[in-house]
Design a protein. Sequence first.
Length: 249
Amino acid sequence: MIIFNNETLVLCEVKASPLYLLPVCVLHKKPLEDENGPVPTHKITDVPDLDNTSLYLHLVGELRIPLRRVRDGGSRRFALRSGRKNRELCEILKAVIDAWAKMYEGYTSRWSQNEQLRWFTCGCGGGVDDSKNAPGLDRTDDIKKGIYQMLKIAEKYRRGCKEKRVRVALLSNIHPVVHYEEYLKGFEDALWTHEADVQEQRGRIVSIDSDNLLPFYDMLLTLTRSWFRGERLERAFSLQTLYHALGGS
């Protein structure tokens, strides 16, 4: 991914994963529990007459968003039954955002809040979803691969740009809430260089052109929290800048 203007070229590596996926639900005609408590076993089965069965997207609580089937040539997909009017669409979007916010609040608190929603989120652990699917940049393999890509891109393009216009950025939807302290905090102010760029050495003191000292990344940009190495990037890409551009004060 490339972001650029007349002055700066930002080369980006994207590592992202959803916080949660809205489950599709169907109203079951048979009860899942009786007067003696929950039904002890359930059998996996096809839903009979699925084409004529109402499907919904399930949100937090009892809120459901009805779906309708749409045929597109030989394929079939689903769309919202309502939401064609601006007011309806705004209500649906608000409900989805509110549900996401509750999931995020639970995730960031390590489920000291909204614990009952944990099993709706990706990478929730246990026998439900493997932690390899952790949301945003919280998958440790993605952190490791992302940092290597930053080094590789910086070595090849940032260091090689004579006009010093190239920057490198790691992008995601959610910052590494759980693993930032352990995996990324130490890189916030870290710099690296090549031994060949050392100009002079006196004892244990070396001299290096500041242009040859490179950060591990110039920007870690997410929709929840970001880190910037430089005011120009922060002015251009921070959420505060976006908020003001949309009319916020």
